[in-house]
Write a protein that binds this ligand. Structure first.
Ligand SMILES: [Zn+2]
Length: 132
């Protein structure tokens, strides 16, 4: 993924973060997933007073894309209000593994110019997948 696209994806994640509903944790997260056709779907974390029903930004972005018929993904950018890089939780890694290849890019950004890129295979080795 080239730097222009990475920048665009991080920007989309930062925009998504501004919609975070996180009154309990005060930890705002934004994510943006890039599809092979060029579409970008954004997501933010959405908390609930009944905590287990809360949802992560990464899965919101992924599920929005999947629900629109997207099945082929290039990468995802993730930002948070912590000022540090924010890796996806285990549940999000598992959800992503259903749809992405091992070379899917995961961009963990502090800002548009300060980020680290990982291959999905680095974040979830030996992932569980039903045979397709
Ligand atoms: Zn998560």
């Amino acid at each position: 993924m080239d730097n222009v696209i990475i920048s665009k994806l991080i920007e989309a994640a930062i925009e998504a973060k501004s919609n975070s509903y996180s009154p309990y944790s005060k930890f705002a997260v934004g994510a943006a997933i890039l599809c092979k056709d060029g579409n970008i779907y954004r997501g933010c974390n959405i908390e609930n007073g009944a905590y287990p029903t809360s949802m992560c930004a990464e899965r919101v972005a992924l599920f929005k894309a999947v629900s629109e018929g997207e099945r082929d993904f290039i990468g995802i950018a993730i930002v948070s209000s912590s000022g540090e890089i924010t890796p996806p939780c285990g549940a999000c890694r598992q959800a992503l593994s259903e749809f992405v290849r091992e070379d899917f890019d995961v961009i963990l950004a502090k800002s548009k110019d300060d980020y680290k890129t990982f291959l999905f295979a680095e974040l979830l080795p030996l992932s569980f997948k039903l045979e397709k």
